[in-house]
Design a protein around this ligand. Structure first.
Ligand code: FES
Ligand SMILES: [Fe+2]
Length: 393
């Protein structure tokens, strides 16, 4: 642990919290306890997480199906940065800042297909590669004429993996794919790269982003929070840790096909070995989770708005056969969307409980169990990244 100096106020306030996180490097299940409440309420810690972790890490922002054709684009706000992801005319997939090079307006919002991006404020025009193509009534401005098309929307690192699109706000980011290669064998049997989203998710949860991530990292809560949606199909007792790395963590849950879930058995029967009876639940550090069954996978990315507010983007990926059925049947599509909404609301409800009790004098961190093992790895990851970040600041 580095000695923090008093000259850096951020380090001074955050250092004790990082030291507590670093304690998880030494602990194991049996003695490890939940994070202290202040980890979910400290604005200084959230600032450090934003600057030293989230703004330097790969953030899962979308799926390839959103940008299949040249001109297809979507926008996303990442930690206060407006970003556009676009497939340009040459077919190159790009991520870039959407902030106009003139006076800060967003050159594009929402999603669609475009030939150029025309800033709504004064109509500066940008090619799909981000280069400035035109600036009305600016001919007399010598400096702009000289810079010409070299004036460009800043490009951001982008990588794709199994149909997911990841963007990094750090232009010098290390590549992502080498860090995920060892995760692929654990779920390649499912064929998730072919699955399509129905429905998309974009909502706000009333709690800290780490708590949202934690909910996705353990199956212990299934019987408690999801008694009717998941508990009979994927009960807590079927949770088992499988593997972890610096970048990801994985546990599996048993699936039980009975009652209303009987119709999904054929999706499991197509698989072999343990994939027939168990399903992988991935956490991608720092803020993304993909919770699979044999026929769907709920992908969620957690973006902090404040210590007690989190924007959740993602979607429910479904097997192509199921996607076809949903496309053909509006009632089925609606009920599928309603059940995804219900499950997410159940997870979001965990946050209400924590925020309600945040000021309690009796909010003591309790012991963790083996089913919560992945939380340990999450805390260790955060400790390491925050230590490195604050040390380098
Ligand atoms: S702010 Fe974009 S053209 Fe003026
Ligand atoms: Fe859950």
């Amino acid at each position: 642990m580095t000695q923090m100096t008093n000259q850096n106020p951020e380090a001074g306030e955050v250092a004790p919290l990082i030291a507590k996180l670093a304690g998880y490097l030494e602990q194991d299940i049996g003695t490890a306890r939940a994070l202290p409440m202040e980890m979910y309420t400290s604005k200084a810690l959230l600032d450090a997480e934003r600057e030293h972790v989230l703004k330097r890490e790969w953030l899962c922002v979308g799926r390839l199906e959103q940008v299949e054709a040249p001109g297809d684009y979507f926008t996303v706000e990442l930690l206060g940065e407006p970003v556009v992801v676009v497939r340009d005319r040459e077919g190159v997939l790009r991520a870039m800042s959407a902030v106009c090079r003139h006076r800060y307006y967003s050159v594009v919002e929402g999603a669609g297909n475009a030939k150029v991006f025309s800033c709504p404020y004064h109509k500066w025009g940008y090619g799909l590669d981000g280069c400035l193509r035109g600036a009305p009534h600016m001919d007399a401005v010598e400096e702009l004429r000289k810079r010409g098309q070299s004036d460009r929307l800043p490009q951001l690192p982008l990588e794709t993996w199994l149909g997911f699109i990841f963007v990094n706000l750090d232009p010098d980011a290390e590549p992502l794919l080498p860090r995920l290669a060892d995760a692929e064998p654990h779920w390649s049997a499912l064929g998730v790269e072919e699955w399509r989203v129905s429905p998309w998710v974009d909502e706000e949860w009333p709690g800290n982003w780490k708590l949202a991530m934690e909910t996705a990292l353990e199956g212990y809560h299934v019987n408690g929070l999801h008694p009717e949606t998941f508990a009979s199909f994927m009960p807590s007792r079927g949770t088992a840790f499988e593997a972890t790395s610096e970048q990801w963590t994985l546990f599996r849950m048993e699936t039980v096909f009975k009652g209303e879930f009987e119709v999904y058995r054929p999706f499991a029967d197509r698989l072999t070995g343990k994939d027939q009876t168990t399903v992988p639940q991935f956490g991608f550090f720092p803020n993304c989770a993909v919770s699979c069954t044999q026929f769907n996978a709920i992908w969620l990315t957690f973006l902090p708005i404040d210590v007690d507010r989190t924007r959740v983007i993602g979607g429910n990926l479904v097997h192509p056969d199921l996607y076809k059925a949903l496309e053909a049947d509006a009632a089925l599509r609606d009920s599928n969307a309603a059940s995804i909404d219900r499950v997410n609301s159940e997870d979001a409800s965990a946050m209400v409980g924590l925020q309600r009790n945040a000021a309690s004098a009796h909010a003591e961190p309790g012991l963790l169990c083996e089913m919560e093992r992945c939380l340990l790895y999450f805390y260790r990851y955060l400790a390491q990244r925050l230590e490195d970040g604050v040390r380098g600041a």
